[in-house]
Design a protein around this ligand. Structure first.
Ligand SMILES: *[C@@H]1O[C@H](CO)[C@@H](O)[C@H](O)[C@H]1NC(C)=O
Ligand SMILES: *[C@@H]1O[C@H](CO)[C@@H](O)[C@H](O)[C@H]1NC(C)=O
Ligand SMILES: *[C@@H]1O[C@H](CO)[C@@H](O)[C@H](O)[C@H]1NC(C)=O
Length: 623
């Protein structure tokens, strides 16, 4: 007590002494911030300023101190003579005192986190000081998670270590929060059977902290789909906080299969030739291996599969039947059904049975039949080219002409799968004597001009064409049709008697007479087959029509005159030859063979064909 009182008295005395000496009261007040933050490795300036009362001091000394080993150590100073920094301090080489008295610090270290004191001594005016806490911050590295590669069994009744999260080299230490599917997990530090974390902080030799947290939890089967990660939360200058997330990871959970499915991958009904895929799936983790078996009669045949899928590249009806998949999960309890059945149905159609070739006489009828068998109901169709002729397995064709010859196809369609089809082809041959179907008249401008005649005949076998005036002929063949063309000089004989073309095959022959007339329009020499009646064809031609009509009228008049003359001569008995003609005609009536021999008209030829004994059929001529 006495000591303190005496000290007070001494202090009072000193102040009074100073006041009395200087005559004015004087004080020094130093101003520094309480705290300054700096990022590790960065630069910072610690401000310091002062104020005073009384006389302006003549000299001012500013010194910066730190606490080191329990005592105060100066690191830098500034006075009227200049500024400098002290050697042998932890800050040597990194600090300087500025003219505004701030302490500049570069390459901030974790160890720089300490109290800095700025002391100002102003001679007789006195001295003052202020202290600043420097805080250093270092952001940790991106957090990392290490997980055990071991599968975690969900059947365990206690927790398993799920992962360890490390946030390295931060300052100050931060903390770690665990996340599951984006939501933070509650922070539980006490060990239990469900979930907890064990945090740990290690101060590295560098002074930096490594923070770790180990997550323990009892996983559920549903956790296999969850994603986990950890987040490191740490402080930064200015009382802010930042965070950094680890990569996401999944739990390697192990659980046995509870359900097996065996399904057909194909969505459409299966037909022969299809590629079939059957998939077996099990919900265990890891996915078990599978065994595939085909049930055949009383034995089981093993089938290769890959990744739970059996592929049959081109199935046939023999692949139909029962298939079995077995999931080889030996952890599953016996109550779990690990075998699943699948019945494969393969639809099919047999190849169509039908003749390849059918031959029918011209004018005849035919009933074509095609048949097949299939795995189910099917429909049949007959076509020629793209034209549908019948919607059943039979096709009836009557009064066959040469144009009916050709390829007919029969198509079978399975009703359950319209894409399952079969096709067969049949060639129909129409056999018969030749039929000529070319126009039979031509025009020349004047006698002696060249005229081109075309004779076109159909027949099976292919007819042979001969002309009454042998000359060079050019012939073309198209299927059952042969077309022959000759070029002749329209001589008087030809103009009068015409030219005949004869088509012959083993079933008979047909003849056509070409009339060659002199007319104005000689250029329109018909050459297209398909005409028939020469009068009709001529009538259609504008240029030649008048000439033809005149010719016909003249002929009719001449015939009438001739008939009248003959009648008159016969009545008067002056014509023996007339009686001869009559007797031939009479005998012809009693002998049909003579008609065939004697009659040379086209009509006669057709009738001869009708009775042709070599075919035994009644071909219909071209009507
Ligand atoms: C003092 O001076 C230094 C360098 O000239 C500057 O970086 C710092 O901001 C100044 N401090 C104050 C408080 O003026
Ligand atoms: C985690 O699992 C999910 C679903 O099972 C999957 O989509 C994801 O890719 C997995 N993530 C990782 C990091 O393995
Ligand atoms: C039937 O003939 C057509 C052409 O005429 C051909 O495209 C098709 O391949 C043939 N089909 C069979 C089964 O021979």
């Amino acid at each position: 007590m006495d000591a303190i009182k005496s000290l007070r008295r001494t202090f009072l005395l000193t102040v009074l002494l100073i006041f009395s000496l200087e005559g004015v009261a004087a004080t020094v007040t130093v101003m520094v911030p309480q705290e300054v933050d700096v990022l590790g490795g960065g630069s910072v300036s610690l401000p310091c300023s002062f104020s005073f009362t009384g006389i302006k001091p003549s000299t001012v000394l500013t010194e910066w101190f730190i606490e080191e080993g329990g005592s105060r150590v100066r690191v830098g100073y500034s006075s009227g003579d200049g500024a400098g920094s002290d050697t042998g301090t932890p800050l040597s080489g990194r600090v300087s005192v500025e003219t505004n008295l701030s302490l500049s610090l570069t390459s901030a270290k974790v160890s720089d986190q300490r109290v800095f004191t700025c002391q100002v001594t102003a001679g007789a005016t006195g001295s003052g000081e202020g202290s600043t806490q420097l805080r250093v911050y270092v952001a940790p590295e991106k957090p990392e998670v290490t997980t055990s590669n071991q599968l975690i069994s969900v059947t365990e009744s206690t927790v398993s270590e799920v992962g360890k999260c490390s946030s390295r080299n931060g300052f100050p230490d931060g903390k770690i929060v665990w996340y599951k599917d984006g939501s933070p997990l509650p922070e539980v530090m006490e060990a239990n059977n469900k979930l907890y974390m064990v945090p740990r902080v290690v101060r590295e030799a560098s002074g930096l902290y490594t923070v770790t947290s180990t997550l323990y939890l009892q996983p559920k089967k549903s956790d296999v789909k969850s994603s986990f990660h950890c987040r490191a939360i740490y402080s930064m200058p200015g009382d802010t906080s930042e965070h950094n997330d680890s990569p996401k990871f999944n739990l390697s959970l192990h659980y046995h299969t509870e359900k097996v499915t065996f399904t057909l991958v194909n969505t459409e009904p299966i037909k022969e030739g299809d590629r079939v895929r059957m998939r077996c799936e099990a919900d265990g983790n890891p996915t078990p291996e599978f065994d595939f078996i085909k049930k055949e009669d009383d034995k089981d045949v093993s089938i290769p599969g890959s990744n739970g899928v059996v592929t049959l590249n081109s199935v046939s009806r023999s692949d139909e039947g029962e298939y079995l998949c077995e999931a080889l999960d030996f952890d599953s309890p016996p109550s779990v059904e690990l075998k699943k059945k699948l019945t494969l149905v393969v639809h099919y159609l047999d190849p169509i049975s039908m003749p390849k070739e059918v031959s029918v006489a011209l004018g005849g009828d035919v009933n074509l039949l095609c048949e097949t068998k299939g795995s189910g109901p099917h429909r049949m169709e007959w076509r020629k080219g793209s034209k549908v002729l019948s919607q059943s397995e039979t096709l009836y064709l009557s009064e066959l002409s040469f144009s009916d010859a050709g390829v007919y196809s029969c198509h079978a369609f399975l009703l359950s799968i319209p894409t399952a089809t079969k096709t067969g082809n049949l060639t129909l041959n129409v056999i018969g004597k030749p039929v000529i179907d070319s126009p039979s008249e031509a025009m020349v401008l004047k006698e002696g001009d060249l005229v081109t005649l075309t004779c076109s005949a159909q027949g099976n076998p292919l007819p042979e064409i001969t002309w009454s005036h042998p000359t060079e002929q050019s012939e073309s063949i198209n299927g059952n049709r042969v077309t022959s063309t000759v070029t002749l000089h329209a001589t008087a004989k030809i103009l009068q008697g015409g030219v005949t073309c004869e088509a012959t095959n083993e079933h008979g022959q047909e003849t056509q007479r070409f009339q060659v007339a002199v007319g104005k329009d000689a250029s329109s020499t018909p050459s297209q087959p398909g005409g028939g009646n020469p009068i009709l064809t001529a009538g259609k031609q504008e240029g030649g029509s008048r000439t033809v009509v005149v010719a016909v009228v003249v002929c009719v008049v001449l015939l009438l005159l001739l008939a009248g003359l003959l009648y008159c001569l016969q009545k008067s008995g002056k014509l023996p030859c007339a009686r001869q003609d009559k007797s031939t005609a009479t005998s012809a009536e009693s002998n049909p063979n003579d008609i065939v021999v004697e009659m040379k008209s086209e009509k006669a030829n057709e009738e001869a064909g009708l009775l042709d004994p070599s075919t035994g059929k009644r071909p219909i001529g071209n009507q």
